[in-house]
Design a protein around this ligand. Structure first.
Ligand code: OOG
Ligand code: NI
Length: 273
């Protein structure tokens, strides 16, 4: 895939994401207005299920075709997740973080439910470049969503939204207006945005070369087969990267911090109850 197609894909993903989280545009504009219209995206996150039909590498296909390379892997035993990140040698391009839910670690009921959903997924759709913003490919009732939610918030989110960007991320290093994550958080709170405080507002530290914070997922009305319901959708993230011993900014992720970032779509936290 050539650069113009990749830019087009990234832009289409941003537009799709804004439909679920229009606040991201407001935040983007606030930072853009203080930074000569320059806001750099550190990474985009996608979610999937660990299944031969939709492996991380299959979801990553258009990025791999555009020259991205697998650059790190992460384990989240408590959340039953596994993830990889992909990056491009052109460091102005966002990294892509793709996680998957390990179905073999779920109850047989949840595993069966998800396998049933995945039967509706046409394998050919994965060959389309728009797959990573193609949404939900299966029928879903509110009670199935709620059943999954009892066992895994991630399972419920992925069942409800399917293949769409979960979040974009402002690279704080590239901001002139705000140099620290404390300043970013303070600014966002003053502007009225609610941040994810799970594990503290700031996840990580200079010791692990990465500090991150995020808004809480926006709540949207989702049409299920039987009814509609308001559930958490997507959030916006802020990342400050620190130089390693060789002077290069750390480009990876930190599992202990990511574990808390995942909770930005937690129903109890995001719905405020
Ligand atoms: C991904 C959470 C992890 C990060 O930057 O550490 C993450 C997700 O919520 O899907 O994005
Ligand atoms: Ni992230």
């Amino acid at each position: 895939m050539q650069k113009p197609q990749l830019d087009q894909l990234l832009n289409a993903m941003w537009q799709d994401y804004l439909e679920l989280n229009p606040d991201a545009q407001r935040i983007y504009n606030l930072f853009a207005s203080h930074n000569n219209d320059q806001v750099i995206n550190d990474h985009i996150a996608l979610r999937t299920f660990q299944h031969p039909k939709v492996t991380i590498d299959k979801v990553a296909r258009p990025f791999l075709a555009a020259g991205y390379q697998e650059s790190g892997e992460y384990h989240f035993p408590e959340k039953k997740l596994y993830a990889k990140h992909f990056q491009h040698k052109d460091i102005s391009l966002p990294k892509v973080f793709i996680s998957e839910l390990c179905l073999d670690q779920l109850s047989s009921q949840s595993k069966q439910t998800i396998e049933n959903l995945l039967q509706y997924l046409d394998s050919n759709s994965l060959l389309q470049d728009n797959f990573c913003y193609s949404g939900r490919h299966w029928p879903l009732t509110l009670s199935t969503y709620q059943q999954l939610l009892e066992e895994s918030e991630y399972a419920a989110w992925t069942a409800a939204f399917g293949y769409r960007p979960n979040h974009f991320t402002v690279l704080v290093n590239a901001l002139r207006s705000h140099q620290t994550l404390q300043e970013v958080n303070h600014f966002l709170q003053q502007e009225g945005f609610t941040l994810n405080s799970s594990g503290g507002l700031i996840k990580g530290s200079p010791d692990v070369f990465l500090e991150q914070s995020s808004t809480l997922a926006n709540k949207v009305e989702v049409a299920f087969d039987d009814t509609t319901a308001v559930i958490p959708s997507c959030f916006y993230e802020f990342a400050l990267r620190y130089p390693m011993a060789d002077g290069e900014l750390y480009q990876g992720f930190v599992a202990a911090s990511a574990d808390k970032i995942f909770e930005s779509t937690n129903v109890k936290i995001a719905m405020g109850n």
